[in-house]
Design a protein around this ligand. Structure first.
Ligand SMILES: [Zn+2]
Length: 271
């Protein structure tokens, strides 16, 4: 995939001084204040800065996530996300391998996307997956190295949220689309002891937190039962944060043959 450096730069600002980044040479972006940032040959840029204490997904977690997503287990969620999106510049915060971003782009032939994630491996996969996706390695918890009002839509699917920074990155009246798990999401797997992490976000909490900056426009619940194969069960466990702690093989012996997928898709308008 040829790297479109001007298109990548069009999203970005300097993480040091916040001036716009522009192409300087074939694999370098720079700002007017002389800061230079190398672009990876694989077509994305890392603007992490120093001192990020958060961990990106490992290659094993990404493999598990790919197996679940590309197998279609969450395709109704992707369809709901794609239906919520309107606009041609889509910033996916915590994009992972770009599955939901690609679903959104498929709805709109003129749209382009920026896949932002803390994991360089995830961003590399997202960029490789579509010629309309540019890639940025950055930490959602820090000031985002993206320009003001650069996005028509910010997507945040099962990912950390930086509501003030998403607000800054969105154009006036742009959309923020957030997917959060409901309390019963994958409950049978959790009950079987495989998932250490219990969904802590509730749609109500997200709506309340967003209220000063965003007006809720739509709330859609997506819920269905998912038949589990051994492979899918293992991948569902392996894709989450619990994979860091749990022995992945422990999931293989479970006698759980279905689980409930249950999420809220929240669409907000930027105030
Ligand atoms: Zn700079």
């Amino acid at each position: 995939m040829p790297l479109d450096l001007p298109r990548l730069a069009s999203w970005l600002r300097c993480p040091v001084c916040a001036a716009d980044l522009e192409p300087v040479d074939r694999l370098t972006l720079g700002c007017a204040n002389g800061h230079r940032h190398d672009v990876n040959k694989r077509g994305f840029v890392s603007l992490l800065g120093g001192g990020s204490k958060h961990l990106g997904d490992t290659a094993e977690m990404l493999d598990a996530r790919d197996a679940v997503l590309e197998g279609g287990a969450y395709s109704p969620i992707a369809a709901a996300v794609a239906a919520a999106v309107t606009g041609t510049r889509i910033l996916d915060a915590g994009a992972g391998t770009g599955y939901y971003l690609r679903a959104a782009l498929a709805e709109s032939p003129d749209a382009t996307g920026l896949a932002m994630d803390l994991s360089p491996q995830a961003v590399a996969r997202a960029v490789r997956s579509s010629e309309r996706v540019d890639g940025l390695v950055a930490d959602t918890w820090r000031p985002l190295p993206v320009r003001d009002a650069v996005a028509d839509v910010v997507l945040d699917v099962f990912a950390p949220r930086n509501l003030p920074e998403f607000h800054r990155a969105l154009r006036p009246e742009g959309l923020l689309v957030i997917v959060v798990p409901r309390a019963d999401h994958l409950a049978s797997l959790r009950a079987a002891g495989t998932m250490l992490d219990i969904p802590s976000d509730k749609a109500e909490d997200v709506i309340r937190a967003a209220e000063p900056l965003y007006a809720l426009q739509a709330r859609e619940s997506v819920a269905y039962d998912l038949a589990l194969t051994d492979e899918l069960r293992t991948s569902l466990v392996g894709m989450g944060p619990s994979a860091r702690h749990a022995a992945a093989g422990a999931a293989l012996d479970l006698a759980v043959d279905t689980t409930r997928v249950s999420v809220d898709v929240l669409t907000f308008g930027r105030r």
